[in-house]
Design a protein around this ligand. Structure first.
Ligand code: T1G
Length: 705
């Protein structure tokens, strides 16, 4: 009896319990232990039925994703789970899987190897493999259509979304929902099943496989949807292919073909990138030098100063997490506008069925709009979200420093200004931290947590814990202009604008990055964020610009013309009332005029150059950020770009992507750009060093861990 699997007997039922915390992954030893348990209980005359159940908080949540790296690097061969499921299905005694928590991936596939499945009301099932760039590899695409029908199986395998217990019951994936004690209910169900003579084997249930006529539209619709919502991703389409094979091939052949498709996906760069992203989102929560035992200050009440786009969105985050939040503004009009925007955002979610009107009312009730500082002495965190000007921020921090109770965290939502300078205006710099939300603050998952020189470890730990509570991905960054995300996007946007001045039409620059996988092109993204934001920052930092170094020409001109982007229906593009963008000859004229006045020779620019000049600008600046210790690890930069800037997950983030290209290639290009465009392209020493050593950012991080 290995400690990964426990075998017990109760009322004539053999119970196999998986004991592999935290999520009962199918790590080496787990499938073998389950198989041994089935064999042992089939042979045991005292046992009439068998149950497989998960210990701890969940049933099996899937294959052990940590093992995939060993397989793709050739360190080990992947052992197939298929024999285990066949042994389960061929058991002469009824085999019942009892599901709580999440039966995901291999967990659901193992469950579908049993004769029956019962579940607690809050359980979920799913085949989320496509979120890792792979497809179910243990007959999930072959058994699921046999249990749930082709339409549901196609949707679950192609898009990876979980299905709640009730839906799973009506789909035929689960046979009974067990209220109360899951094991007791499963034992009763198993003993009842033992009275039956025949126990159906999911692999033999072909009645739900439909016909070519009924299936064709299902697959066509799924393929069209996948191409739209999972642009450029291989796995969703591969999953649909595998489910389609279940409807045309015998089960064994279908499993064989599924395996081939699975392996193709597993060895593809897209999967390696998405697995990097999966673990990355969890790794960034681990802060070297700050132990998990660091005391965390509980956030029971909050206050936000500023009810603008950001402040309103930040207040919504607290309300969504059930935390009462004061929302303070300086003028009644601004406050009313802020509250109205929050109401509109919530109403839109209710209209889309995301949650009920009652939930909206509960959340609105948690937000207390006011024009004064009443109650600020009671809250556990105050988040300043006012105009991006240092003088105003320092004034506010001086006020809240006097008002706030001891231990209250004083956070700024500044996107570029110095946390140290803000903290210097308080008597409690150890309680001051940056919590940089990304617009729209109630939607974007990224939260850059900016540590000041004096910020206390417990304030950092508390802010990381708060990020999780607000359903954000908190990434700790150092204090510099633009921190990590905005500091890098400045270089990316600068190159996009230089390319426009040198001859690439705005639409072409945007199309190259959009087609490569970015959620939006750089110029469209500026129009969305507001060109005036960058304009104000450039003015704030004008005194720091090095004379003689090239600066972008057109954006300032557009701002002088009052073209701030979507909010003024004109920026790099024109926008109609539905925000549909069209090129604008006014912009083309400004580009030509400014480029010519600056003596910039215009030329035909290739897609490849557009891609490399923008993405490698991110990589080169990212390398500098790593050298300066502003980001803890390359993966922190990747997660920032994946969760805050629309970087495609199937490319893993800027630093991981550079590793897949090869740093010597990236560095070669950066040096070419330096020769052509001057010092802005000076290769970061770390990039140069790793390129010379033939290393990756990932290896560099491992050596330092
Ligand atoms: N393998 C290895 N480690 C895993 C894991 C997995 N499948 N799932 C989670 N972890 C780790 C995670 O890294 C973290 O580690 C800890 O467990 C808690 O996770 C054969 C091939 C189940 C919904 O894709 O969706 O099966 O940071 O923080 O928020 O065809 O984990 O503590 O060191 O996410 O409560 C398919 C992935 C695999 C499920 C729980 N399965 N996991 O969420 O905890 S491929 C998945 C999740 C497969 C088959 C194919 C979530 C969760 P650490 P957590 P959570």
């Amino acid at each position: 009896m290995s400690d990964l699997i426990l075998y017990t007997k109760q009322d004539g039922v053999g119970i196999i319990t998986v004991n592999n915390p935290p999520v009962n992954a199918l790590s080496p030893g787990v499938p073998e232990g389950i198989a041994a348990g089935v064999e042992q209980f089939v042979a045991d005359e005292e046992v009439q039925a068998i149950i497989l159940i998960g210990g701890g908080r969940t049933f099996i949540a899937g294959a052990d994703i940590k093992e995939f790296g060993k397989i793709t690097s050739g360190k080990k061969r992947e052992s197939s789970l298929l024999p285990l499921m066949l042994a389960m299905e061929d058991s002469p005694k009824p085999l019942v899987v009892a599901i709580h928590g999440t039966a995901f991936g291999g967990g659901l596939e193992v469950a579908m190897g049993a004769h029956y499945r019962v579940a607690s009301p809050t359980a979920q099932v799913g085949q989320p493999e496509v979120k890792l760039g792979i497809i179910p590899g243990a007959a999930g695409t072959q058994r699921l259509p046999r249990l749930a029908g082709v339409a549901i199986a196609t949707k679950m395998c192609a898009f990876g979304e979980p299905v709640k217990a009730k839906e799973a019951l009506s789909a035929g994936i689960v046979d009974q929902i067990i209220e109360g004690d899951l094991l007791a209910g499963a034992i009763a169900f198993a003993l009842d099943s033992a009275k039956k003579v025949v126990h159906s084997k999911p692999r033999e249930r072909n009645d739900k496989l439909g016909s070519p006529e009924t299936n064709a539209p299902i697959f066509a619709e799924a393929r069209a949807a996948a191409k739209k919502t999972h642009r450029n991703q291989n796995a969703p389409l591969a999953a649909i292919d595998a489910v389609e094979l279940a409807t045309t091939l015998p089960f064994e052949e279908g499993c064989r073909r599924e395996r081939e498709i699975f392996e193709q996906c597993l060895f593809d760069t897209q999967s390696k990138s998405m697995i990097h992203a999966f673990f990355g989102e969890r790794e960034v929560a681990k802060i070297p030098g700050i132990s998990k035992e660091t005391p965390v200050r509980e956030i029971k009440r909050a206050a936000v100063i500023g009810a603008g786009t950001m402040g309103g969105g930040i207040a919504m985050n607290f309300a969504n997490a059930g935390i009462p939040v004061i929302l303070k503004e300086s003028s009644a009009d601004a406050l009313a506008r802020g509250v109205a925007t929050i109401e509109k955002n919530y109403s839109n979610s209710v209209a889309k069925g995301r949650f009920s009107a009652e939930v909206m009312a509960q959340r609105m009730a948690l937000i207390k709009p006011q024009l004064n500082y009443d109650g600020f002495d009671q809250v556990d965190i105050i988040t300043e979200a006012v105009f991006e000007g240092m003088a105003l921020k320092k004034e506010i921090f001086s006020v809240i420093d006097d008002l706030a109770k001891p231990g209250c965290i004083l956070a700024s939502n500044t996107s570029t200004l110095s946390i140290d300078e803000i903290a210097s205006n308080t008597a409690r710099p150890q309680d001051v931290i940056g919590t940089h939300y990304f617009s729209p603050a109630n939607v974007m998952r990224l939260l850059e947590i900016v540590r000041g020189r004096a910020t206390g470890d417990d304030v950092i730990a508390s802010s990381m814990a708060l990020a999780k509570k607000l359903n954000k991905v908190g990434v700790l960054v150092g204090n510099c202009r633009g921190f990590v995300g905005n500091r890098m996007i400045h270089c990316y946007g600068r190159e996009a604008q230089f390319l426009v001045e040198e001859g690439a039409p705005p639409r072409k620059v945007d199309a190259v990055l959009y087609n490569w996988g970015m959620a939006m092109g750089p110029l469209s993204m500026s129009d969305l964020a507001g060109l005036d934001v960058g304009w104000r920052i450039r003015k704030e930092f004008k005194h720091l610009e090095k004379p003689g170094v090239r600066v972008a020409l057109v954006a300032d001109e557009l701002c002088e013309m009052g073209r701030f982007g979507q909010k003024t229906k004109a920026g790099w593009y024109k926008y109609d009332e539905n925000r549909k963008q069209t090129p604008d000859p006014v912009v083309d004229e400004a580009i030509l005029r400014l480029a010519s006045a600056a003596g910039i020779k215009r030329r035909e620019i290739s897609d490849q150059e557009i891609l490399e000049r923008t993405v490698y600008a991110l990589v080169n600046e990212g390398a500098r950020i790593l050298e300066e210790g502003i980001a803890l690890r390359p993966v922190d930069i990747d997660v920032i770009y994946l969760t805050g800037y629309g970087f495609p997950t199937y490319r893993g983030g800027p630093m991981f992507y550079a590793d897949t290209v090869g740093l010597s290639e990236v560095c070669k290009k950066v040096c070419e750009f330096e020769a052509a465009h001057g010092e802005l392209w000076e290769p970061a020493p770390l990039l140069k060093k790793l390129a010379e050593e033939g290393k990756t950012f990932g290896q560099w991080a491992k050596e330092r861990a």
